[in-house]
Ligand binder design. Structure first.
Ligand SMILES: [Zn+2]
Length: 115
């Protein structure tokens, strides 16, 4: 089975987290370079690298998964104001938790210029 390098991380923790997510979705991830990573953090983090390798045919699926995860995280960290009752809702909600009104598709940033 031919494997290709999928991504590079500066810390083992990051790489493991990502590998865990992909493995949880049934992909066969391999972590390389882990042994070179410092344990005590004495070497500057820029000199640490950990790579994730995947079978060639699983790369497209992995990219899709990560894109989905990223989108979810971004949405959840934003706040949407309900057009009906002005309550604030997490950005990944489709309906207002307070009044059930449908929320707008593109959430506004929490910080707005005061006019
Ligand atoms: Zn509402």
């Amino acid at each position: 089975m031919k494997r290709v390098r999928f991504s590079v991380y500066r810390t083992v923790g990051e790489a493991r987290l990502q590998a865990g997510l992909l493995e949880g979705s049934g992909l066969s991830v391999e972590i390389r370079g882990e042994a070179l990573a410092p344990l005590g953090g004495e070497i500057p983090s820029t000199e640490t690298w950990v790579e994730l390798w995947l079978p060639e045919e699983e790369v497209a699926r992995a990219r899709e998964l990560l894109a989905e995860l990223e989108e979810d995280g971004e949405k959840a960290s934003r706040v949407v104001e309900c057009p009906g009752c002005r309550e604030e809702n997490p950005g990944n909600f489709e309906l207002c938790w307070s009044c059930g009104e449908e929320l707008p598709e593109s959430p506004r940033p929490r910080l707005r210029a005061v006019s």
